[in-house]
Design a protein. Structure first.
Length: 352
């Protein structure tokens, strides 16, 4: 029994699928805790109806228990509890050595759950190349902390990495849903000075401040680039991390970053063919502003590093969790909550 794209682009629902067959490096696992993601909603309804989504199981954030391992798996055995990253590359493709592990041949092709593998919203799912992609759940680590490492932490922290935040720098984090909140925490851990955040939900604002945000701006109260410029003596900020919004938000980010600064995008855009770059703010193409964006890093070592941050008390990502469900059947209301995004939601989890 699994929950996924029943009519790609239009309908998500329950389906029956065969238990996945594992290869020699893979593990068959059953979920312990899963978390729906905004990207599941993008995949289900906003990227059209590509053939690979036909009858595809959704979900890419999970802690799981190992049920069976392939003959070549060395570090995991049935009964082990593991943390599964959202991004599970095929480390045996030589072209992975040419580029970021998130992209082997095509953009984001290491985001295999939903794109080329059935996801985690199921009684059982497959972890490809378990030794390289799964991390042991550290003894005694609460599930609700560890499950936030799979995607929210690695993505938000990647925003801070892409922005190359240095001590004392001013940073704008646009969007303070769970991803943006982790970007705030990551920016502060990398030594940011002033951290200005853009969002309106009060519970997100409260947690942004707990993680170290210094100023809050509402995109509902006028142009955010103008607001940031007004608050920085017209200079703009050193770095921008985009974790929400639309094409206009991207243009605003280019405008609010100072010449030579970096705009780091971790937002997933849908529904527009391209993103605007305002020419004046771009210095007619000559402003030395760096614009980049990236899918979250995955794989075993990335998960182990995220878990080390939690284990050593550097960050408590369980602050993101606002709603807790129990039982596989509750994946549906948890997913629907992610579709509707009620005002009090930050992140739901489901104990399976
Ligand atoms: P949420 O919907 O929970 O949060 C979005 C945030 O953006 C909210 O703070 C919202 O404000 C704000 N926002 C909405 N509209 C605007 C606007 N016009 N201008 C400025 N801010 C705006 O999303 P998540 O945190 O769950 O995810 C954020 C994005 O990250 C998604 O696109 C998701 O798909 C993507 N993602 C990317 C990954 C990667 O690897 N790069 C991995 C995982 C997710 P308000 O407070 O008003 O709601
Ligand atoms: Zn995700």
């Amino acid at each position: 029994k699994a929950f996924g794209c029943t009519v790609p682009g239009k309908e998500a629902g329950w389906m029956e699928k065969a238990v996945p067959a594992i290869g020699p490096y893979d593990a068959l696992v059953k979920p312990i805790v899963i978390a729906p993601c905004s990207s599941d909603v993008h995949n289900a309804f906003e990227i059209g109806s590509p053939a690979f989504l036909n009858n595809r199981v959704l979900g890419h954030e999970a802690l799981a228990e190992v049920v069976e391992v392939g003959a070549e798996v060395k570090d995991f055995k049935p009964g082990d509890k593991i943390v599964v990253p959202a991004v599970t590359p095929d480390w045996r493709q030589p072209s992975i050595q040419d580029t970021y592990h998130q992209h082997i041949k095509n953009p984001n092709d290491s985001f295999r759950y939903a794109f080329s593998l059935d996801g985690v919203f199921a009684e059982f799912f497959l972890v490809p190349d378990a030794d390289m992609n799964a991390a042991h759940l550290p003894d005694g680590m609460p599930y609700e902390k560890a499950v936030m490492a799979c995607d929210m932490m690695t993505t938000g922290f990647h925003g801070a990495e892409l922005a190359e935040i240095g001590f004392g720098e001013s940073v704008a984090v646009i969007g303070i849903g769970p991803v943006g909140l982790m970007a705030v925490a990551g920016a502060v851990l990398r030594g940011a000075g002033r951290v200005m955040v853009v969002g309106t939900r009060q519970n997100c604002i409260n947690i942004a401040r707990e993680y170290g945000a210094t100023d809050v701006i509402s995109y509902k109260e006028g142009d955010i680039a103008k607001q940031i410029k007004a608050m920085t003596d017209r200079k703009g900020v050193d770095k921008v991390i985009i974790a929400g919004g639309n094409a206009d938000t991207f243009a605003a980010a280019v405008t609010m970053v100072r010449p030579g600064g970096i705009v780091a995008n971790i937002n997933f855009y849908t529904g527009v063919p391209s993103l605007p770059i305002p020419l004046l703010a771009w210095g007619s193409g000559l402003s030395h502003k760096t614009l980049r964006g990236g899918l979250c890093p995955g794989g075993r070592r990335r998960m182990e590093k995220m878990l080390a941050m939690i284990q050593n008390g550097r960050v408590d990502p369980s602050r993101l969790i606002t709603h807790t469900f129990r039982g596989l059947a509750e994946v549906e209301p948890a997913f629907q909550m992610m579709v509707k995004k009620p005002g009090d939601l930050i992140k739901p989890i489901v104990y399976i």
